[in-house]
Design a protein around this ligand. Structure first.
Ligand code: GLC
Length: 641
């Protein structure tokens, strides 16, 4: 039983909802875990004072939680895992690219309703340096809203409106680093020793050079290395991401406690899910790659256990874009199972879908998914195909080998396919952060451009346009059905193409991820209903699929995804099934029609009442001589009643 379940149980025991009693009960429930985790990071011999400070801090943090949110915390505990519901459908957006600012965003709630989305990941909105700021991921503050988005009042109005309308909000907590303009960094630069100890600072480059021997580079093209010399300090500072993003030193318990207060402030603004940004990097150790270290997991669990005492209704998402077997560990393992993050990005599925599109085959997808350990029952995925970042080719080399492919050459093929190095490929992506030292590169570009829509429209090639629309729908449809919260990247619901305007902006031009951070095109959206555009087809089909998902509880996440091998390497089949209800998802990744046998599908009970209906086309499936034909890039959702 994880701690959330325990809290659910104990909250039922408490008759009167006296806040003090509630807090004491919650603290008692988590105290021994908090203590263990704290002392595992900060040895008891030196840190009993710090632990006492934390114990004094927790009731104050609880007192700062607004009453409506305290009430909601209790309701959420009683309601079960809202985040696993089939009714959820997410969208991710940049406020300024969507509709100017927070007020503008609020005006677009009807658009969310029309499409069917009710879970919003809003990209960073707090203050950041002028010029380069990694899209707001270099934070000058954790709760001061940048003027261009509006005010804190605007945010509070928005979150309270979202609560009324049943829309969930996810905001980032950039937990690994601050900008070099953050108040702590500024104080450090003025010589303040306490705040120098909030970061990893070094007198000379001897230790940094030792670290570099094993640390990979995140942005090798624009920010090579992991340390930056800061003249004001006359010291080296650890900067794993960009040189203006200083890594926080969590070996210092003061940093943890300050960040916990920042986390609670964020939760108190009405945030439902806190996105723990770049959390794999939270602990550093010389001689390692300093990602996914056991201490990082203990630290995350410590944040979680403290937040659960103060604000149990707010949950955490792991932004861990790491190897498939490492991602699931952010749900917590062993004693921490279910006690780290409730949600994680399904980056593995995302990357494997792109692999299947390029190869037109699904073997690596099957192999890799079978290789990932099951997630804990109370946790869920964010399923997505694109986001504001690049697509990393994080496949397991051993599995690529098993298919008889050379991993290096295979990755090169994928870069060639997506980044315009093959004439026959319909994709219009670009390479992101190629590292000549390792030969690694990643892919950037919008979903529609990567799937051929840009090329199709430029060449006025109707066949290619239709094929790309089918691919866009199929990939999204898989994420809608796979189990978890589907997250549409704003603009993808209308097949938005690459946006090349970032090249004119000096603060953006070196970061090609901006290729896929477009303005929401309201002119096109105004035409969706009246004209027969490719965008209309995409929007209306996704809208319909969202509706179907919401109406069928079989889409809720009960950890029940079952993959089926068909003997046809172009096909992906998986089933979602709870009690009598079943949904069989059948997809063809090939440009030619493909067939699969149906005898085994019959055995699963899908043809018991005659030919089953495909929910996507709303038509009965016609089967000839025991074979089911699936058209190029077609997705079937077969329902067993
Ligand atoms: C996360 C964000 C990415 C950012 C990085 C550093 O990976 O998604 O956009 O660059 O963290 O904050």
């Amino acid at each position: 039983m994880n701690q959330a379940e325990l809290h659910r149980l104990v909250s039922k025991q408490l008759k009167a909802k006296d806040p003090k009693a509630l807090f004491d009960l919650r603290l008692a429930t988590n105290l021994s875990l908090i203590q263990q985790l704290f002392f595992s990071l900060y040895p008891e011999e030196q840190h009993t004072k710090a632990f006492n400070k934390l114990l004094n801090q927790l009731p104050k943090l609880f007192a700062s939680r607004p009453d409506p949110l305290k009430k909601q915390d209790l309701e959420r505990l009683q309601a079960g895992n809202w985040y696993q519901s089939e009714k959820l459908m997410g969208i991710q957006l940049y406020v300024e690219h969507f509709n100017k600012d927070l007020k503008g965003l609020q005006q677009k709630i009807p658009y969310f309703k029309e499409l069917g989305v009710n879970f919003l990941h809003m990209m960073p909105i707090t203050t950041r340096p002028k010029g380069e700021s990694d899209g707001g991921y270099a934070v000058n503050s954790y709760h001061e809203i940048d003027k261009k988005y509006g005010t804190k009042e605007d945010l509070l109005k928005l979150t309270s409106e979202f609560r009324k309308q049943g829309i969930f909000l996810m905001l980032d907590f950039v937990v690994n680093h601050t900008s070099n303009e953050f108040s702590w960094a500024k104080k450090a630069m003025k010589g303040d020793k306490k705040h120098q100890g909030y970061y990893y600072t070094f007198e000379d480059d001897i230790i940094p050079k030792e670290f570099e021997k094993s640390l990979p580079e995140v942005f090798p093209e624009t920010s090579p290395g992991n340390f930056t010399y800061i003249p004001e300090l006359d010291k080296w500072v650890m900067t794993v991401f960009n040189s203006y993003q200083w890594d926080l030193n969590y070996t210092n318990p003061e940093v943890f406690m300050e960040m916990l207060a920042n986390l609670v402030k964020l939760a108190n603004m009405g945030v439902d899910v806190v996105r723990f940004d770049a959390l794999a990097f939270l602990w550093k150790k010389m001689g390692t790659i300093s990602q996914n270290l056991p201490e990082a997991h203990n630290l995350i669990a410590l944040f979680r256990m403290c937040l659960q005492v103060v604000a149990p209704g707010t949950i955490l998402l792991a932004e861990a874009i790491v190897a498939p077997t490492d991602i699931v560990k952010y749900f917590g393992e062993g004693q921490k199972e279910g006690n780290e993050c409730e949600i994680a990005y399904n980056a593995s599925l995302m990357a494997l879908l792109w692999n299947s599109i390029a190869t037109k085959k699904t073997q690596l997808l099957y192999k890799s998914l079978a290789h990932v350990p099951a997630k804990p029952r109370d946790c869920t995925w964010i399923n997505y195909i694109r986001c504001h970042d690049d697509i990393g080719l994080g496949y397991e080399n051993a599995l690529i080998h098993e298919l008889g492919w050379n991993p290096e050459m295979h990755r090169k093929f994928l870069l060639d396919y997506y980044c315009q190095r093959l004439d026959w490929s319909p994709a219009m992506g670009q390479v992101f952060m190629y590292n000549p030292k390792t030969g690694d590169g990643r892919i950037t570009g919008s979903a529609a451009s990567l799937l051929g829509l840009e090329k199709g429209l430029t060449e006025k090639n109707q066949g290619l346009i239709e094929q790309s629309i089918a691919k866009i729908i199929m990939l999204h449809g898989i994420t809608f059905a796979f189990g978890g919260i589907p997250l549409i990247y704003a603009g993808d619901e209308i097949g938005t193409l690459n946006d090349y305007s970032f090249l004119q902006d000096t603060s953006k031009k070196d970061d090609r991820r901006w290729l896929n951070r477009p303005m929401q095109n309201w002119d096109i959206i105004a035409l969706l209903d009246s004209q027969n555009l490719p965008q209309s087809k995409i929007f209306h089909t996704l809208q319909k699929l969202i509706q179907i998902r919401k109406e069928n509880p079989v889409f809720a996440d009960h950890n029940d995804v079952q993959l089926y091998h068909t003997g046809n390497d172009h096909i992906l089949v998986f089933e979602r099934s709870q009690d009598k209800n079943g949904l069989l998802v059948v997809c063809n990744f090939d440009e030619n029609p493909q067939v699969i046998e149906i005898s085994w599908i019959k055995k699963l009970g899908y043809f018991a009442q005659g030919d089953p209906k495909d929910l996507v086309s709303d038509q009965k499936i016609i089967v000839n001589s025991g074979l089911l034909e699936i058209l190029p890039y077609q997705m079937l959702w077969l329902k067993r009643d």
